[in-house]
Design a binder for this molecule. Structure first.
Ligand code: 7TS
Length: 412
């Protein structure tokens, strides 16, 4: 597929692929700065899903008829598409799930209950989204394992100097986010995976905020598991991925029981398919998988290096403009960050600020962003977060700053 050279991407033209961005909200042009929650969807993805339902819809792996074969082929080639996107060794390493949350719960339940025992340690970080915290708390409770956390420094980066004392041989799993959804911090995945491997720990990377934003190669990163959601990368909601390294995935017992995941069933017991099908009980989200593959095609046509470059530039410009505002505190590292900025202003509570901005068509998120322990770590009730994607522009950041100036005047 033709890839545009990094500097030649015409972002203003690409924006036209997103019909929703032409909307007005409360009488103002929409400025959508909430892509970390969910991204908008380009026409190409919407059309692909519609085409599937109009011309190819049937259940997969079941009927011996033309449409069923076509649906099966489309579903399985989407799996291959995801494998290529992640640099996985085989499509068998790709499990379709409902999203990041379900992917992590699969590992916590199916892998965790088989391999963790009383006294095992699960290492996490203080910056994890609740999706990469609560499933481990539940698991720890069930198997009497312990949780341990890599602290976050004041600048929003991980206290990596403490890693050697935290990564002891009792650590069986190290699960951490690639990009923080509140701070924008980009963690050094490859380094963390290597250090974990040195003590025999399995690694899980939460790529919810990175999979659609930057190149990812699971073999280069050397992670064992990696989880992400389609809806944050131009794909539909309700579809996500768990990548699991082949040797490990094959050792995990089934999770949900039902149709599609068995080889034979008697009234007393069943035998199960190999990974990944053993983890996909019941009718899967066929249209979702096809939509996700279309989203990947779309992102790959632009090119992830170009998308990342644009992200970095928007984040840099936002940081530069935001500090002009009185009583402004921006969280997270000053450089090397993902496409989002979380901030607090003396003038108003994050909820009030976000509600004020909404009246002017500016969509941001205010609150704890499913990061309650992290907010507590910074002594904050929450933040206002502006999160960007390649369809956003520096003019929209100017508009945000204008609205925040108006909010400062209004609240004081
Ligand atoms: N992990 C991270 C780092 C996330 O940012 C999110 C969602 C999830 C996991 C969960 O993804 P899901 O698709 O399974 O829900 N983050 C956000 C957010 O920042 N605002 O809304 C959802």
């Amino acid at each position: 597929m033709h890839k545009l050279p990094v500097s030649d991407v015409d972002w203003k033209v690409i924006r036209n692929d997103f019909p929703i961005l032409a909307r007005r909200v409360h009488g103002h042009p929409l400025v959508y700065f909430d892509s970390a929650a969910t991204s908008q969807k380009p026409r190409q993805v919407l059309e692909k899903v519609r085409h599937y339902y109009e011309y190819e819809n049937a259940n997969v792996h079941r009927g011996l008829h033309e449409l069923s074969s076509r649906a099966t082929e489309a579903y399985e080639s989407s799996r291959q598409r995801v494998a290529n996107y992640l640099g996985a060794a085989s499509a068998d390493e790709i499990v379709f799930t409902r999203g990041t949350t379900e992917s992590i719960n699969l590992v916590a339940q199916a892998w965790g209950e088989k391999f963790l025992r009383e006294g095992s340690v699960i290492l996490l970080t203080e910056m994890e989204h609740h999706s990469n915290l609560v499933p481990w708390q539940l698991l720890a409770e069930r198997v009497s394992a312990r949780l341990r956390f890599v602290p976050v420094r004041d600048d929003g980066t991980l206290a990596l100097d403490q890693l050697s004392s935290l990564l002891t041989p009792e650590v069986k799993l190290f699960a951490f986010t690639h990009v923080s959804n509140s701070l924008g911090t980009i963690n050094p995945v490859s380094e963390l995976c290597q250090k974990a491997r040195a003590v025999g720990a399995i690694t899980l990377v939460d790529a919810a905020q990175s999979a659609g934003h930057m190149p990812i190669d699971v073999q280069e990163l050397t992670c064992d598991f990696l989880a992400f959601s389609g809806h944050k990368m131009c794909g539909p909601t309700g579809i996500g991925v768990l990548y699991g390294r082949g040797e490990i995935l094959d050792t995990i017992p089934p999770w949900h029981g039902g149709g599609e995941m068995i080889t034979s069933v008697t009234l007393e017991k069943s035998a199960f398919k190999r990974a990944p099908h053993r983890f996909e009980a019941g009718t899967p989200n066929i249209a979702g998988a096809i939509g996700l593959a279309a989203a990947i095609d779309y992102l790959e046509r632009i090119g992830r290096p170009a998308i990342f470059e644009h992200d970095v530039e928007l984040a840099r410009y936002a940081m530069q403009r935001l500090v002009e505002l009185p009583g402004m505190r921006v969280l997270g590292p000053p450089t090397e960050r993902g496409a989002l900025v979380g901030f607090v202003m003396d003038a108003a509570h994050p909820h009030d600020l976000t509600t004020f901005a909404d009246r002017y068509g500016l969509a941001m998120r205010g609150g704890h962003h499913c990061n309650q322990p992290l907010m507590r770590r910074f002594g904050l009730p929450g933040t206002t977060r502006a999160s960007f994607y390649f369809y956003n522009t520096s003019e929209e950041i100017d508009r945000m700053v204008e609205i925040l100036h108006a909010a400062t005047r209004f609240f004081s």
